[in-house]
Design a binder for this molecule. Structure first.
Ligand code: NDP
Length: 332
């Protein structure tokens, strides 16, 4: 059983040396436990935060201990009457080939209606993040102008599409390459998009939002958040979902002009998806309908082999993914 451990706490951008792939025996399942052969696993921006030894909403990863995260696999041994051998399950022990855990900590998923990877993306945590952030946190209403940063990623690509499907007047996105900008407009139906690495952010955003922004779904923080404040309309709402531009940066970006919030009565609302699980069923129903009708385009980038899981994680932080970055474990 190959398992990834945290070998050192990264400073700044992580390097491959901060991780170690070790071989461990698969323990026999205890009463109520299952053994899962993982097939796909997620690499998430939040994992970067857990590599720092600081108190947060989830415990930090421990040095010389396995990493963990979302994964879907097949049950190959079971000591639980509830989850039989052969079931596909979603659970939290990724970064390893075989996971042994309590059946109660798994959720059986139907991989005949959607592929395993969907439960890590469009029908899973990133999808719910986009849905709840847009509708329950920012309270987006039809006919509003929406801006989504990190728009070509897992959460952003869905936030933009949900905004369009829920009747936004315009949906504008930002991403880090000309190909991604084209993808947003040509394939995902954004009304406009810009490359934040090219040209001044404030000018580009101003050009694309002549009627201002009512809802900003913020995945990146930093300079783009600052630029958005200038474009927010009266009573606008910012759903502060993530700040990936800051996760590897030793010097946090100091947001200026926060006083714009006062004159424009703008709300800046941070949120965590884990506080919105009660919306999971509504989300899955609505998203499944959109998928059946072909109204949502699923974006995924695959990296093959447990041995390349760290490459996938670092690649995601560098922006090598379009949509959800998924590691398929089957190959070496
Ligand atoms: P993505 O699939 O969006 O992957 C990360 C992307 O971030 C990369 O593809 C890259 O795209 C972009 N990026 C990297 N560096 C920068 C930078 N300096 N400035 C701007 N963009 C950058 O990841 P997720 O969809 O999983 O997550 C998106 C955000 O949502 C993250 O901030 C994450 O922490 C947050 N999140 C929050 C949750 C919550 O509960 N609040 C739950 C899940 C995610 P590009 O090529 O465009 O640079």
């Amino acid at each position: 059983n190959r398992v990834w451990q945290l070998a050192a706490r990264p400073t700044g951008f992580p390097s491959p040396e901060d991780f170690r792939l070790v071989e461990e025996a698969v323990p026999a399942p205890g009463p109520g436990q299952v053994v899962v052969r993982n097939e796909v696993m997620s690499v998430d921006p939040a994992m970067r935060g857990r590599m720092n030894d600081v108190p947060s909403y989830v415990a930090p990863f421990q040095l010389d201990r396995p990493l963990d995260g979302g994964a879907v696999g097949t049950v190959v041994a079971s000591e639980s009457p509830d989850v039989p051998v052969g079931a596909s399950v979603l659970h939290g022990l990724g970064w390893r080939e075989y996971a042994v855990l309590d059946a109660g900590h798994t959720r059986v998923v139907d991989t005949t209606i959607a592929p395993a990877s969907a439960y890590l993306g469009v029908l899973g945590m990133p999808g719910l993040t986009a849905y709840a952030g847009l509708l329950d946190v920012a309270h987006m209403r039809p006919d509003e102008n929406v801006f989504v940063s990190g728009a070509a990623g897992a959460v952003g690509s869905l936030a933009g599409q949900i905004a369009r499907l829920r009747g936004a007047r315009t949906v504008i996105g930002s991403a880090g390459s000309p190909e991604k900008v084209r993808y947003l407009v040509d394939d995902l139906g954004f009304d406009g998009a810009f490359n934040y690495k090219e040209g001044p952010i404030r000018t580009q955003l101003k050009q694309l939002t002549p009627d201002g922004i009512d809802v900003y779904f913020d995945n990146v923080g930093g300079e783009q958040l600052e630029a958005a404040l200038f474009r927010m309309n009266l009573h606008g709402r910012v759903a502060v979902c993530g700040a990936i531009s800051q996760y590897n940066s030793p010097e946090p970006y100091g947001i200026r002009n926060l006083s714009l919030l006062i004159s424009k009565r703008v709300s800046l609302l941070g949120f965590l998806v884990m506080d919105h699980w009660d919306r999971r069923q509504a989300f899955v129903e609505e998203m499944s309908g959109w998928l059946r009708e072909g109204k949502v385009k699923v974006s995924e980038t695959f990296v093959d082999g447990i041995g390349h899981a760290v490459d996938a994680f670092l690649g995601m932080l560098r922006g090598e993914n379009v949509g959800k970055m998924i590691v398929r474990l089957a190959d070496p």
